[in-house]
Design a protein around this ligand. Structure first.
Ligand code: UDP
Ligand code: MG
Length: 326
């Protein structure tokens, strides 16, 4: 790697005409500052990924890229959503840059933290997470749903960086590792901690959106959370099996209870057989579904074909993962 790393800032954009020019200006000023301080290579650039916008987003990117060599653009064929747009940008960055930073087009994340990201990168960290100090700019609803989401993911054994969105730096090594995860439902916030390598956190305050409105309505947020859970955990399936066993057990007690009632002669006629068979069959059904689910869960993990491990240092070849051998 050269002394000063070539940085690509990846910015996914969906209908962001209202903020884009301002964002370009601010990020360019920052790039100049970073080049001046020799933190990044002069050829560092900004990569705007247009995620099938229906407004003037792409024409702004195309126009600006003609005049400014530091502005690059990637126009996706249709709207594929924030995560996939981000992946498209990161894949491009892995080809051309030494490190990439992802940030939202509305610059709600404080770009001042970027300098700290790079300082950490120079110290040898491969992944630097931007972590929000507090969530005061969020509505009460978003705050509490986010907290619930983190708790739920935690319970399911999925490691997430608390209060970290997709504002982070990744080295070329980390980007190369990321692309070994071939699964289609790539939930970046869950996958990146799995990569390992040297990681650091930088704290910042998140601001209000500059202009325009959030492109993450409740519906998208829910599907994002659901995707996150189902692409990482088969525990919900196991839960069904547990309920099945519980009901099955209950049917045993119900049977004993009903039997005693019958002996005492205090049971209504028909009650015993209905209740016992209801619990029994219900439990049996759920166990059956759970067992089938377990096998589907196995197929699900196999199909994802995640790498078994990533190598940090290999003294056989002396090379680091993702680093080109000259
Ligand atoms: N975005 C995208 N595709 C989409 C939705 C959003 O590329 O389908 C981008 C959007 O332009 C922004 C980022 O994802 O750069 C985050 O969106 P937003 O700021 O609206 O989300 P919020 O900050 O409200 O969670
Ligand atoms: Mg935003």
């Amino acid at each position: 790697m050269s002394e000063t790393p070539l940085l690509t800032v990846v910015v996914p954009c969906y209908n962001e005409e209202e903020v884009l020019e301002d964002t370009m200006k601010k990020l360019h000023n920052l790039l100049e500052e970073l080049v001046h301080e020799k933190l990044v290579h002069p050829k560092s650039n900004l990569l705007f990924v247009d995620d099938g916008s229906r407004d003037k987003t792409w024409s702004i990117i195309a126009k600006e890229s003609v005049h400014h060599p530091w502005i690059k653009g990637l126009k996706l064929a249709r709207n594929v959503g924030h995560q996939k747009a981000l992946i498209a940008g990161l894949e491009k960055a892995a080809e051309v840059a030494d490190c990439a930073i992802s940030i939202d087009a509305d610059l709600q994340d404080d770009i001042k933290a970027i300098k700290e990201f790079l300082v950490k990168f120079h110290e040898g960290y491969d992944i630097v997470y931007g972590v929000r100090r507090r969530r005061t700019t969020d509505t009460f609803f978003k705050r509490s749903t986010a907290l619930g989401f983190y708790r739920c993911m935690n319970k399911l054994g999925i490691e997430l960086i608390y209060n970290h969105a997709d504002f982070r730096l990744m080295s070329k090594r980390a980007l190369t590792e990321l692309h070994r995860y071939k699964e289609k439902n790539l939930f970046l916030r869950g996958i990146i901690p799995l990569i390992g390598l040297n990681t650091a956190e930088v704290f910042y305050d998140r601001k209000e959106r500059l202009a325009g409105e959030s492109k993450y309505p409740l519906k998208k947020m829910l599907s994002f959370a659901f995707d996150g859970i189902t692409s990482f955990s088969v525990k919900p399936i196991r839960f069904i099996t547990y309920i099945g066993f519980f009901l099955f057990l209950l049917s045993g007690f119900a049977f004993l209870y009903a039997f005693v009632q019958k002996l005492l002669g205090s049971a209504d006629s028909g009650w015993t057989s209905i209740i016992v068979s209801l619990w029994f069959l219900g439990g049996l059904n759920l166990i059956g579904i759970g067992v089938v689910g377990e096998y589907i869960g196995k197929i699900f993990t196999e199909v994802k074909a995640r790498p078994h491990y990533g190598v940090d240092i290999d003294l056989y070849t002396g090379s680091l993962t993702g680093e080109k051998s000259e």
